[in-house]
Design a binder for this molecule. Structure first.
Ligand code: HEC
Length: 108
């Protein structure tokens, strides 16, 4: 494992231990199971910065649904200076990613 990966993981574990982990209850009922299944909620909240940006702040970027779907599979850390890079979530099937993306865009 690369050192930087180790650092990143220990930072996340530290945050979780401190109780900063978002609660699944923060998400609407139709989105919650997806957030749990793909662990997005470990790093994202709806309305506040966690490890990653608040989904409301992602919504402000006015991405298209397709763009969000591609960013989930292939994040562009340069879009979020000051945040650690998000790991590519290639395990999310396109139809679930589309649901998540539409919901994110509904937040703006
Ligand atoms: C290990 C923590 C972590 C997990 C798990 C995670 N993210 Fe992220 N996410 C981040 C961080 C950090 C950023 C900001 C840096 C970046 O984009 O690489 C981010 C950025 C994003 C962005 C904005 C991309 C952009 O370029 O503007 C979206 C959309 C997003 N995440 C969606 C998701 C979804 C959906 C899931 C679950 C399938 C998920 N994330 C899981 C940490 C995480």
């Amino acid at each position: 494992m690369k050192n930087v990966t180790k650092l990143f993981l220990s930072a996340i574990l530290g945050l979780m231990a401190l109780g900063f982990q978002a609660k699944a209850e923060d998400f609407p009922a139709e989105i919650k199971p997806l957030m749990q299944k793909y662990t997005c909620f470990a790093c994202h909240k709806v309305d506040a910065r966690l490890v990653g940006p608040a989904y409301q702040d992602v919504a402000k970027k006015k991405y298209s649904v397709d763009k969000i779907v591609s960013l989930i599979a292939k994040p562009q850390p340069a879009n979020w200076p000051g945040y650690p890079p998000m790991a590519p979530m290639t395990n999310v099937p396109k139809e679930d990613a589309v649901k998540i993306a539409k919901w994110i865009n509904s937040l703006r």
